[in-house]
Design a binder for this molecule. Structure first.
Ligand code: NAD
Ligand code: DAU
Length: 362
């Protein structure tokens, strides 16, 4: 791949959001994408199978913690931008094994920033001016809200509560420091909970769809009243494209769906959709499968995003409302049985056993 003016490099492009981003980028922008991904348990090349014969897409299997491999990819492909998705992303796993999160999210982001700085410093003036490093982050860095608190804005102080959130907060601070100290042209997005196709079924929505389909227990943590602000993944991808194109260097942008829902509401809605789309007289009403289980330690009560900055300054707003997005998502999983079968590898089963079998039912 040699089109240095147009190539972008994404990290973690075989994961949930990254693969949706790559597919949408090729469809809408159409310029080449290099995907640097280690293909951990969460990285699935099958998500990008539609691009197997597309010369605009190339996978580089490498670790963002490997400075030499990152430098080689940058020097070979000469991207005009880096969009950094790669991370350990599941809160429950960060409680079981925090070290993996520090390694990938902190050390990995540092390594990527440092190699990006070296690459960018050696560019000619025009290429230097147009280069962008977009760091994809989360609303979890802001901590938790009570029901009456205002939503998180870009000036809300950081107060991460899980090892995952703390590792993402550290990576955000490094991205900020590389802008302020070295003038690396960094942009950061802090987004709320995504849902949609290709999400690994360790996360709430795909896990519940798959279990409901098969008549398995639906494990709701605590009292089920924790609130998340849900955003359809395509909308997150369009927000990232917007920030990449129009964002002001060094700024952070909150991205959200204006769709606060508590977990019990989300699970009940999934049950009703699966009942409607795949009725099963033996299973009956899927709502009966709901099982309250031991809470997540340190479980954040509520997230909500104030997305006025990206709306007012860059003109981005979400286009998919939660009810339509969730219906589309349930339909997607029901229609992709072979994708589900393939992700249910041995490693997935080990995680499900570890996370759920030892949770004490409430
Ligand atoms: P994911 O877990 O589905 O995918 C992560 C990807 O990163 C996988 O393809 C994996 O193989 C790759 N990866 C992991 N470690 C790597 C390493 N050391 N080197 C190279 N590649 C590596 O994650 P996701 O849900 O798609 O999230 C993507 C990004 O968006 C993350 O940075 C996450 O913090 C952020 N985010 C996620 C959400 C959400 O709701 N899922 C919301 C806001 C922000
Ligand atoms: O807010 C953005 C974040 O959203 C991202 O940064 C993370 O990468 C992403 O994983 C997500 O984090 P959450 O912890 O909010 O997502 P998760 O799908 O794991 O859980 C959503 C809610 O559902 C949360 O309150 C915990 C609850 N839950 C989750 C699972 C897996 C259950 O009640 N039962 C479950 O089995």
């Amino acid at each position: 791949m040699t089109d240095s003016k147009n190539t972008i490099l994404v990290t973690g492009g075989a994961g949930f959001i990254g693969s949706n981003f790559v597919l949408r980028w090729i469809e809408t922008v159409g310029t080449p994408v290099v995907n640097l991904d280690l293909l951990t348990y969460a990285g699935n090349p099958e998500n990008l199978a539609a691009l197997d014969d597309d010369k605009r897409y190339q996978l580089v299997r490498a670790d963002i913690c490997d400075a030499e491999a990152v430098a080689a990819a940058l020097n070979e492909h000469r991207p005009r931008a880096i969009v950094h998705f790669a991370a350990e992303s599941h809160v429950d796993r960060s409680i079981v094994d925090p070290g993996a999160f520090i390694h990938t999210n902190v050390q990995g982001t540092y390594t990527l920033l440092e190699q990006a700085r070296r690459y960018w410093s050696a560019l000619d003036d025009a290429a230097k001016e147009s280069f962008r490093f977009l760091h994809v982050s989360t609303d979890e860095v802001y901590g938790t809200l009570s029901p009456e608190d205002p939503a998180f804005s870009e000036t809300t102080p950081y107060a991460p509560n899980s090892p995952y959130a703390a590792s993402k907060a550290a990576s955000d601070h490094l991205a900020r420091a590389y802008f302020h100290t070295f003038k690396l042209p960094v942009l950061t997005t802090n987004c709320s909970n995504n849902y949609g196709p290709f999400q690994f079924p360790e996360k709430l929505i795909p896990l519940m769809i798959m279990n409901a389909l098969e008549g398995k227990a639906l494990p709701v943590y605590g009292d089920g009243q924790n609130v998340r602000d849900w955003l359809f993944v395509d909308d997150h991808c369009s927000a990232i494209r917007t920030v990449l194109e129009k964002g002001k260097l060094g700024e952070t942008y909150n991205v959200g769906g204006n769709s606060e829902r508590n977990n019990l509401h989300v699970v009940n809605t999934i049950c009703d959709l699966v009942d409607e789309l795949r009725p099963d007289p033996v299973i009956g009403s899927r709502r009966k499968l709901i099982k309250y289980v031991a809470d997540r330690p340190g479980h954040d009560r509520r997230y909500a995003i104030d997305a006025r900055k990206i709306a007012n300054e860059l003109g981005w707003t979400p286009s998919v409302d939660f009810e339509h997005g969730l219906r589309n998502t349930v339909e997607w999983y029901l229609n992709h049985a072979s994708w589900i079968e393939n992700v249910r590898s041995g490693a997935y089963l080990t995680w499900i056993k570890q996370n759920y079998e030892e949770r004490i039912a409430q």
